[in-house]
Design a protein around this ligand. Structure first.
Ligand code: CTP
Length: 214
């Protein structure tokens, strides 16, 4: 169904260095992005899988590009263009440390280190507004409250076609867990999908993408 289609998937967390041995990260396991890459591959797509340091191994049968930071992920995503579709599942760090040290920071009598932050580029937004914009751009919205309202606003703000909205509150067990419960938000409205295995979410999304690109 997707043979001849080239699809970019971003996945996993990013690591933002504080110094050569320390970094800031998040709890993304990379499970949902990996499952989506597998499902797209199984429908015959040529998948470029740009992944941060995830807990789950990348799939076989896809082109794997390993990155650490948000800046590297942006560069790798742009280098993958042109693609027919892009699915941005990565939990990109919103900020990086502006004053990261070139050498390991040491305890000193002068006191505690002061980290300064700078905002990372938004990869989803950049691709959505790109001169070589993919025909279909899909983002995720990880929210902990007012999931649909926040995700609908996010879709407009970022300029993507679809948003897969999920509630990542700790008590849902979704981040790092085997299941996901998503709402698919498109120009036509909001679709609630029942809670199911991340592999089933991925298969259903891959089918939808195949239909949209047909
Ligand atoms: N995303 C991205 N680049 C960033 C931040 C986010 O590509 N620098 C993408 C994610 O891959 C995801 C979507 O944007 O597809 C939404 O991510 P999310 O963390 O929910 O949104 P934020 O942009 O961080 O918005 P907010 O902080 O307002 O929740």
């Amino acid at each position: 169904m997707l043979s001849g289609k080239r699809i970019l998937v971003t996945s996993g967390p990013t690591h933002e260095p504080i110094d050569p041995v320390r970094y800031i990260a998040n709890r993304s396991s990379g499970a949902q992005g990996t499952a989506i890459a597998v499902a797209l591959r199984d429908l015959g797509a040529d998948v470029v899988f740009v992944t941060g340091p995830a807990q789950v191994p990348p799939p076989v049968g896809v082109t794997v590009v390993r990155v650490e930071t948000a800046l590297q992920m942006l560069a790798a995503a742009e280098a993958a263009l042109p693609v027919d579709a892009a699915v941005m599942t990565a939990a990109v760090a919103d900020w990086r440390v502006a004053n990261a040290a070139g050498q390991k920071m040491k305890k000193t009598a002068q006191g505690l280190p002061m980290l300064e932050f700078i905002e990372n580029p938004d990869i989803l937004r950049t691709l959505s507004q790109h001169a070589r914009r993919p025909a279909l751009v899909v983002g995720f919205a990880a929210e902990t409250e007012n999931v649909i309202d926040h995700a609908t606003a996010k879709r407009a703000r970022k300029g993507c076609d679809w948003i897969m909205a999920n509630d990542v509150s700790v008590d849902t067990g979704i981040m790092g867990g085997p299941e996901n419960a998503v709402h698919l938000i498109t120009a036509d409205g909001v679709e609630e999908w029942p809670r199911m295995a991340k592999s089933d979410v991925a298969a259903r999304l891959a089918q939808r993408i195949a239909k949209a690109l047909a």
